[in-house]
Design a protein around this ligand. Structure first.
Ligand SMILES: Cc1cc2nc3c(=O)[nH]c(=O)nc-3n(C[C@H](O)[C@H](O)[C@H](O)COP(=O)(O)OP(=O)(O)OC[C@H]3O[C@@H](n4cnc5c(N)ncnc54)[C@H](O)[C@@H]3O)c2cc1C
Length: 495
């Protein structure tokens, strides 16, 4: 478990390990403004990358801005993901401009084109970026480093992990057991309160950027309509804090006490924090969640410790995997023992073999699996316990492990609101390739990979109750969809 006996409440400025120099520019920072290219940490509050950008700008007495680039295509994001993200960003633009008086620039296309072009136009001397271990972003940053002029310096700040990924460990960790002690040792240094950001000393010339959010959002909703938005999860920083701390239904304030006992019961989804959409899009800081959770430790010690184990150790272990394992989303990324056992059993006879289409449409002979698939497709967030069962069954019912991992990641990324995340790649790799797990008793198809089955689920929770609950959920979602389509058609007819 994450040991959090004494997080420091002293607001600190950035510990040096949080920042890395990706490129050293030839000119002093005083020559031009600072630009923060925001990607993973889409928030104003508790954002070390933004804090660093403002701090550097103040030190050099130059202005600072935030730039965001909407990629034409990023890991297959659909209306569900992009609608959530852009609605959060439209709120962020307002608060960054109103509260911090920092302009927010919005670009569309490839960041490796738009960001260097913007840096050149504004004569920037420093680019600050936040950190993501995903290969697409790392490649993009390499290209930006190549493209910008010699004079520009580039800093990367890990604003997502509590202990920066490159400080927590210098290598690919084997399991939670091997990284836990390393992270716990560093928590007193890194789990500190945040300084309060003030507007920067020097103002940018053209403050208010006009962004036509309505039309950008309408466009992504139209193009990604195949996976529609979800309604139960309101986007943005304010909503995120409400989910964490709200007086009505906040996780820490109202729901925490049953977390350790009920979090593995799929019929009780509210026992979980439901923070993953906000953490994924960086609309809330994990460090803030951990600091606030710690304040509830006296009341609910076990629940807090269990939550921190997931929030800190498991989440940061996932970043460690994606950062140090180039094949984080394929069979090649499995350890040797796991690859061998999977390949030894690759041609074992399967009881069922389903196509991708059958799986996507929840057309298997297992009503429990179908229910979990429908929960993901319609609700956009499968219960954490069901995710394990769901992924393991994909291994059991596809032609072999290579195809299984491909289908699993494809479906996870397409439908989960928190998909396209290191946690997702590691969740799929844990279930199918034994990553961060150990070998178990050998059996057909799975080899030594941990096995889960229907009978085991039946012993753990009310399987029929879960299936009935999902049926209701899908019925309600479809009804709402039909109503909204009807009202849209009526609106169009009236115009
Ligand atoms: C096959 C499979 C696929 C998964 N896909 C994703 C995904 O796409 N995105 C995603 O964020 N998580 C994924 N997970 C991990 C986990 O199931 C979700 O993080 C969790 O269900 C999110 O709900 P919550 O925030 O209410 O969870 P809580 O239990 O309240 O957890 C709080 C936070 O801790 C972190 N966390 C919890 N469990 C894990 C875990 N096992 N590994 C790493 N971090 C964890 C998450 O950031 C989560 O938001 C996957 C797990 C599996 C087995």
């Amino acid at each position: 478990m994450a040991s959090l006996s004494s997080p420091s409440t002293e607001p600190k400025s950035l510990p040096p390990g949080r920042i890395r120099v990706l490129k050293e520019g030839s000119q002093p920072l005083k020559k031009g403004p600072v630009v923060y290219w925001m990607f993973r940490d889409q928030r104003l509050k508790d954002n070390w990358a933004l804090i660093h950008a403002v701090d550097q700008a103040n030190k050099a007495n130059v202005p600072v801005s935030v730039a965001f680039n909407l990629f034409d295509q990023f890991l297959g994001a659909k209306a569900r993901h992009l609608g959530f993200m852009l609605k959060g960003l439209s709120q962020l633009q307002r608060s960054i401009q109103d509260i911090l008086q920092i302009p927010f620039f919005f670009f569309q296309g490839e960041a490796e084109e738009t960001i260097p072009k913007f840096l050149e136009e504004c004569g920037a001397s420093l680019l600050v970026t936040d950190f993501s271990p995903l290969r697409q972003i790392r490649k993009c940053k390499d290209e930006i480093c190549e493209k910008v002029s010699d004079s520009v310096t580039i800093h990367e700040v890990d604003a997502h992990n509590i202990v920066p990924v490159w400080v927590a460990s210098h290598k690919l960790e084997y399991s939670a057991k091997t990284i836990r002690g390393k992270i716990n040792k560093l928590l007193p240094e890194y789990l500190t309160d945040f300084p309060i950001l003030q507007p920067p000393n020097k103002k940018w010339d053209a403050m208010n950027q006009l962004i036509d959010w309505d039309s950008v959002i309408a466009d992504v909703l139209r193009k990604g309509a195949e996976v529609p938005e979800i309604e139960w999860c309101e986007p943005g920083e304010i909503a995120a804090m409400e989910v964490l701390m709200g007086t009505k239904d906040g996780f820490l304030t109202k729901r925490l006490k049953n977390y350790s006992t009920d979090r593995n019961i799929p019929l009780k989804p509210r026992a979980l924090s439901c923070l993953s959409p906000y953490l994924h899009f960086g609309q809330i800081s994990a460090q803030r969640c951990a600091l606030e959770a710690h304040r509830f430790r006296k009341l609910h010690a076990q629940a807090v410790d269990t939550f921190l184990e997931e929030l800190i150790i498991r989440r940061e272990l996932a970043d460690n995997f994606c950062y140090y394992q180039p094949h984080y989303d394929s069979l090649e990324g499995a350890w040797e023992w796991a690859r061998k056992t999977l390949m030894d059993h690759a041609s074992d006879k399967r009881e069922h073999v389903y196509t991708m289409e059958q799986l996507e449409k929840a057309q298997t002979a297992d009503p429990l699996w179908n229910a979990s698939q429908l929960e993901m497709v319609h609700f956009g967030k499968m219960h954490g316990f069901m995710r394990m069962y769901w992924a393991k069954k994909i291994l059991e019912w596809t032609k072999g492990p290579k195809e299984a991992i491909e289908i699993c990641i494809y479906l996870n990324d397409k439908y989960e609101i928190d998909g396209r995340d290191p946690n997702g790649y590691v969740g799929c790799m844990w279930s199918i390739c034994g990553v961060h797990d150990q070998g178990w008793r050998e059996r057909p198809v799975f080899g030594k990979i941990r096995y889960m089955n229907y009978a085991g689920c039946k012993r753990k929770f009310d399987v029929d109750g879960y299936i009935a609950y999902i049926k209701r959920l899908v019925g309600e979602t479809n009804k709402r969809k039909a109503q909204s389509q009807l009202s849209q058609t009526t609106k169009q007819l009236r115009c």
